[in-house]
Ligand binder design. Structure first.
Ligand code: KG4
Ligand code: ZN
Length: 333
């Protein structure tokens, strides 16, 4: 199965085989967005156009299979930037048509969930799942694969968006989640108390108030203290995000009487989040799983894994498959 991912600013292609075994997973990031502090959609789609064929060729070469060895093509159909999605979809359709192999459109968020099965194929529902990425923050109950019950989601910024915007404020570049994680490791999380938005008794999240609180705080202390206390500020901000994500996951497991929590999306490569949930989970007899870091952020292998699952159940798509910028989980399969 060839998997193609181009929903945002990573151009990626991967080859996997039965049992979600990864033969190659080539990921090309687009550094040109950094100076803008966020992804510029038009630049992203143009970069995908330049990169997509070399990335696919490299993935096939590294996997040691030629085009003739491809038995099916999985491609992200949404959600994402429409111009970027169209590049991947166009190439996937062209290849599927010319090779005479099936094509499977994959929901990007479902792909993030499937990243978990690559190193842990035995993992099985029911479980509670937190998807936290640059564009989404959702908490789901998954009674079985393909069935997604939304418990709550962010009402404003995604968790990753908060990391990225705070990183820009701190002069750490874009995307800055990983950099904050590294700096926070040596900082004091109790240096400053940033607000945690608990909202009501439900499962929704909000991160825009936290982002504004950081901005106001930085204005108050000025550039010198910001520089001197960079690690402490990173640690204090990260603690606020991780507190909320951890508590909500534990509450979701309790409410749904579920013994397993599965993490997905770029933000769950955060080392504190992994550690906290593992420790708190163990205390409550819960099993907490997450993919290795490389498979948490956008990649073709997660798309291929999800596509393979549906292909093996006879759920391929036709060449009329459409890109959908805002498709929800569970829609369309
Ligand atoms: O899933 P992903 O690759 O892309 C989307 O689908 O959005 O997630 C990217 C997000 C970015 O916001 C990035 O800053 C964040 O994941 N991220 C992290 C870490 N590594 C990546 N956030 C916190 N800690 C990290 N270690
Ligand atoms: Zn993603």
């Amino acid at each position: 199965m060839l998997g193609i991912e181009s929903s945002c600013d990573e151009t990626s292609a991967a080859v996997i085989t039965d049992g979600y075994k990864v033969l190659s997973n080539v990921i090309s990031s687009q550094p040109m967005h950094e100076k803008f502090g966020g992804v510029v959609p038009e630049l992203a789609s143009r970069a995908h156009l330049r990169l997509i064929l070399p990335v696919i060729r490299k993935a096939l070469r590294e996997a040691g299979v030629g085009l003739k060895g491809v038995g099916g093509i999985a491609v992200t159909r949404g959600p994402g930037l429409i111009g970027s999605l169209l590049v991947g979809l166009g190439v996937a359709k062209g290849l599927a048509y010319s090779l005479g192999v099936p094509i499977v459109g994959v929901n990007h968020l479902e792909g993030h969930i499937f990243a978990n099965f690559i190193e842990n194929p035995q993992l099985s529902p029911p479980f509670v799942c937190l998807i936290a990425s640059g564009g989404h923050t959702q908490l789901l109950f998954i009674p079985q694969l393909g069935e997604y019950q939304l418990l709550g989601q962010t009402r404003d910024d995604a968790a990753g968006e908060a990391f990225d915007k705070v990183a820009v404020m701190l002069g750490l570049g874009y995307p800055g989640g990983e950099r904050i994680d590294q700096l926070a490791a040596e900082g004091n999380p109790r240096y400053h108390h940033f607000p945690r938005a608990w909202l009501d008794d439900g499962f929704d999240f909000s991160f825009s108030g936290l982002k504004t609180a950081v901005l106001n705080y930085l204005e108050e202390i000025g550039p010198q203290e910001t520089e001197d206390r960079l690690k402490d500020i990173c640690a204090s901000f990260q603690a606020a995000v991780v507190d909320v994500l951890t508590e909500r996951c534990l509450k979701a497991a309790r409410r749904t009487h579920t013994k397993r929590i599965v993490l997905a999306g770029g933000v769950v490569s955060n080392s504190l989040l992994r550690r906290r949930l593992t420790v708190e989970g163990e205390r409550r007899g819960l099993e907490v799983s997450y993919p290795p870091s490389l498979l948490c952020t956008d990649n073709g292998a997660m798309v291929a894994a999800c596509g393979l699952f549906y292909l093996q159940r006879g759920k391929a798509d036709g060449l009329d498959l459409q890109a959908e910028a805002t498709i929800r989980l569970g829609e369309g399969k």
